[in-house]
Design a binder for this molecule. Structure first.
Ligand SMILES: Cc1cc2nc3c(=O)[nH]c(=O)nc-3n(C[C@H](O)[C@H](O)[C@H](O)COP(=O)(O)O)c2cc1C
Length: 376
């Protein structure tokens, strides 16, 4: 039998809400709300959560540290931009968070695709130079976490006598995951990382990308794992799910779409261009493949597609991705708290996932339960 998919959720550090692309029903990224989401998904049986990075997000490392102390099993896939900090400092942060979380840290290496935003962080490199810098960064970072003393002089980075005093729990270092679709990205992924992530493109496009990454890894005698980042809109019936999708973008104005698409067009990210091409900024024909809906991409950069449908159908679509090599799904839904419950309650049973209810929950029928009906 095929191994069940591994399911991650997303911490909405940019804020959350009922209607995307609108201030109506908006929820700020309040620290206690983020904690509620993390505690909920920890208990529901998600394997981990992704925390993004960028100027529009609450800072991923600080948030992950707070959430690690509030949860028991959940893993934290924390976005790391190699350009914005030194490898030695990033190594100390990673080792500390790995210890604080008792070995639950994973890193998502993302160089970023918005030159204007990166300039604000002091990064003035072009697309491929950012990856060349990331290569040097990861070379130093990995050596330090593995316990080596490092003297390094590259084109972009220099470190003399770098050392890490307190080692991470996970050896040689917390696992490196990676997001980036360009040729330069794929080379770095193959050289340094374990799990390659792609946004939710149609299955054939994901398969083509996986084939390229596999070939690059095979040249180095390596095998990578693959993850898919997308949204899920699961309801008991297909009609309810599609109504929820329509409702989610029902407050979106043409101006909001134009503003997001203008911003996306300035990005030099190949991955972003591939996502934008799926809908072209148009409201029509948003079901770009069976059950794959690109509505979110109209007003959301990055992960802009959702699988929409009843639980059995969405599970079947996810298995199609699994068949081409995906083993991990990083999902989300708006609002992230309620949708985490929907995914766990409706979809997990179809995927062989989720935690067994504890004895207390299984036996207490309660006011509205079967047991109550037979005993009172
Ligand atoms: C699953 C996933 C998550 C990502 N998360 C972030 C993020 O948190 N912050 C960010 O700046 N970029 C993020 N990116 C985009 C990467 O930074 C990517 O390197 C950038 O878009 C340039 O990519 P390219 O190689 O496709 O041109 C993410 C990409 C993927 C696939």
């Amino acid at each position: 039998m095929t191994k069940p998919l591994t399911m991650f959720w997303f911490i909405p550090t940019q804020g959350d809400g009922t209607y995307i692309g609108s201030s109506e029903g908006h929820r700020p990224a309040d620290p206690l709300y983020l904690e509620q989401v993390a505690i909920a998904v920890d208990r529901l049986g998600f394997e981990g959560v992704l925390l993004p990075t960028g100027k529009g997000c609450e800072e991923s490392w600080i948030v992950a540290t707070a959430l690690a102390t509030a949860t028991e099993r959940l893993k934290f896939l924390v976005a790391l931009r190699p350009g914005v900090t030194s490898p030695a400092f990033a190594a100390r942060q990673a080792a500390a968070l790995d210890r604080i979380s008792r070995g639950r840290l994973l890193l998502n290496v993302v160089v970023g695709g918005d030159a204007a935003e990166l300039a604000g962080d002091g990064v003035f490199l072009d697309h491929d130079a950012r990856y060349a810098q990331a290569d040097e960064f990861l070379t130093v970072w990995r050596k330090l976490l593995s316990g080596e003393r490092v003297d390094f002089e590259g084109e972009h980075l220099k470190a003399i006598g770098a050392e890490l005093a307190f080692p991470p729990v996970q050896r040689p270092h917390p696992p490196l995951w990676f997001g980036g679709s360009s040729d330069a990205a794929i080379e770095i992924a193959a050289d340094h990382t374990e799990v390659y992530l792609t946004w939710g493109e149609p299955v054939d496009q994901v398969a083509e990308k996986i084939a390229r990454v596999r070939a690059a890894a095979a040249k180095r005698g390596k095998t990578l794992r693959f993850g898919l980042r997308l949204h899920l809109i699961v309801r008991e019936t297909a009609a309810e799910a599609w109504a929820a999708a329509d409702r989610l973008i029902s407050r979106v104005s043409d101006e909001a779409i134009a503003a997001t698409q203008a911003m996306a067009a300035k990005s030099d990210s190949v991955g972003q261009k591939r996502m934008t091409a799926l809908h072209g900024g148009k409201r029509e024909n948003l079901e770009i493949a069976p059950n794959l809906w690109a509505g979110l991409g109209l007003v959301r950069k990055g992960a802009g597609t959702a699988l929409v449908g009843d639980p059995a159908t969405v599970a079947e679509r996810l298995r199609e991705y699994q068949a081409v090599g995906i083993d991990t799904i990083i999902a989300s839904g708006y609002p992230h708290l309620e949708e985490a419950f929907k995914v766990a309650e409706l979809l997990f049973p179809n995927l062989g996932l989720g935690r067994e209810p504890s004895g207390a929950h299984a036996t207490i029928g309660g006011e509205f339960g079967v047991k109550a009906a037979t005993t009172s």
